[in-house]
Design a protein around this ligand. Structure first.
Ligand SMILES: *Cc1c(COP(=O)(O)O)cnc(C)c1O
Length: 443
């Protein structure tokens, strides 16, 4: 019965229509002479999936158009920031209005106060904060604050946890690095990571052992890791981290650069009911403009210059355009918005699971709200070691089969996809229909 219904509604396409890539290919040629790998951030180069990266000409809502005029339903969303989709009219208007008043002053403006207050109201653990221009700066600075505040040097991160590209944090750091097959980065000295302790994710005993063997300033962790693919924490894992940090007088830093304002208005800390000492935000909070934030308990943040001894600064920090975009996005993110995102996520999950069942492809589908990863492996994925067992060759074939069917996914297996408020039920159904074919085509 089910097969008959599907046959009636699904076109029996075995081959996707040819996609013209002439302009993208020519641009990529020129880009390669300018930029290492032809890109300004490594995963954009399609190294993990092969082929020529697309050059995007514009985006509107849930859709992007490449330089050759091909259009795609976008399930990457600029790697997470675009929770409202591309070029949302409110965001565009807010940025235009801010730009008319001047793009940067290197002095304080009202919008910083407004966005700061909006963030604190949504994420109460961020009693005080500082704006920076990227997630990398947020995590790097939060870590410096934790070390300055506690007077300790060592910190713990988990294997496959990505916290931007600061030297001290580039150890066993997931997706981009793992995708390139580099155990670490060249140019990061042993000294820079000498105080970086790496333990497996979701392993409370390993975390406890690391605390017992070291003087620990902080644990820095994505509460819902999204850079080894999406791998949710086991029940009880995050509360255990909170207890360990309290017992050893260390700070708990949640890197919510992906999960902040994405999985709920209060981020993963609201979802799991665990209050970190410091939080790092980026991506969604900047509405597609360069913005990061770190903040936390008031007395800890008092350690930051000029109030305290921990130096931290930025010429473009609190940038008016980024503040305006952030404010415009946060205004849209009420409970109804998260309910909507979850409903779309559920629809996608149900559809893809049915497609997996009918095609008998061994895979694990993970989802938290509007964030998802499809791992091509038969065993469950709970940490970086199990995530790395996923079949990257099959993912690469799936990725291209989807791209040829007009669906733009993360160009690497160990990354997360994103649904936005601009997606419709029809867009989700188009994703599912394309997956049904792509799962077969990528076998
Ligand atoms: C993207 C990301 C960062 C780095 O943010 P950038 O803005 O790229 O510097 C840090 N932590 C997590 C969890 C991220 O996903």
């Amino acid at each position: 019965m089910k097969a008959a219904r599907m046959a009636a509604t699904t076109p029996r396409l075995t081959r996707a229509p040819m996609r013209n890539t002439t302009v993208s290919t020519a641009l990529f040629e020129r880009a390669q002479s300018l930029f290492p790998g032809g890109v300004n951030s490594p995963v954009r180069a399609f190294k993990a999936v092969g082929g020529t990266p697309i050059f995007i000409a514009r985006g509107q809502g849930a859709r992007v158009w490449d330089a050759d005029g091909n259009s795609y339903l976008d399930f990457l969303g600029s790697w997470g920031p675009l929770i409202l989709g591309h070029a949302h009219p409110d965001v565009v208007a807010a940025v235009q209005a801010a730009a008319r008043d001047g793009t940067s002053f290197g002095a304080s403006t009202e919008r910083e106060v407004l966005l700061g207050e909006a963030i604190r109201a949504a994420v109460p653990s961020m009693e005080r904060m500082r704006f920076v221009s990227s997630g990398t700066e947020a995590t790097m600075s939060a870590l410096r604050v934790a070390r300055g505040f506690t007077g300790r040097h060592r910190f713990i991160k988990v294997e496959g946890g990505y916290h931007g590209h600061a030297d001290t944090l580039l150890a066993a750091s997931g997706s981009g690095v793992a995708t390139l097959g580099l155990p670490d980065s060249a140019g990061v000295t042993p000294g820079a990571v000498a105080d970086t302790i790496v333990v497996p994710f979701n392993d409370e005993a390993a975390m406890q052992a690391a605390f017992e063997a070291n003087q620990v300033a902080a644990v820095i962790i994505e509460p819902i890791p999204g850079n080894m693919g999406l791998v949710p924490p086991r029940p009880g894992y995050l509360p255990a981290l909170r207890r360990l940090c309290d017992a050893y007088c260390a700070l708990l830093i949640f890197d919510e650069v992906i999960s902040g304002f994405r999985v709920s208005r209060g981020g993963a800390q609201a979802l799991f009911g665990v209050r970190p000492d410091l939080t790092c935000l980026g991506k969604v909070v900047g509405g597609g403009l360069p913005l990061g934030v770190f903040g936390g308990q008031g007395d800890i943040m008092s350690a930051v210059a000029p109030e305290g001894p921990v130096y931290q600064a930025g010429t473009l920090s609190g940038n008016p355009l980024a503040m305006a975009a952030g404010l415009a996005v946060l205004r849209k993110l009420d409970q109804a918005a998260y309910d909507r995102l979850d409903a779309l996520g559920q629809r996608l999950e149900a559809g893809i699971k049915e497609a997996l069942a009918t095609t008998s492809v061994p895979a694990q589908f993970h989802r938290v709200g509007s964030v998802f990863t499809l791992f091509f492996c038969a065993e469950s994925v709970t940490d970086f070691t199990s995530a790395k067992r996923a079949d990257v060759g099959r993912y690469a074939r799936f990725f291209h089969a989807m791209l040829d069917r007009g669906i733009y996914l993360p160009p690497a297996q160990l990354e997360a996809g994103f649904v936005s408020l601009a997606h419709t039920e029809d867009d989700i159904d188009a994703f599912v229909a394309a997956s049904r074919e792509a799962l077969v085509a990528s076998r």
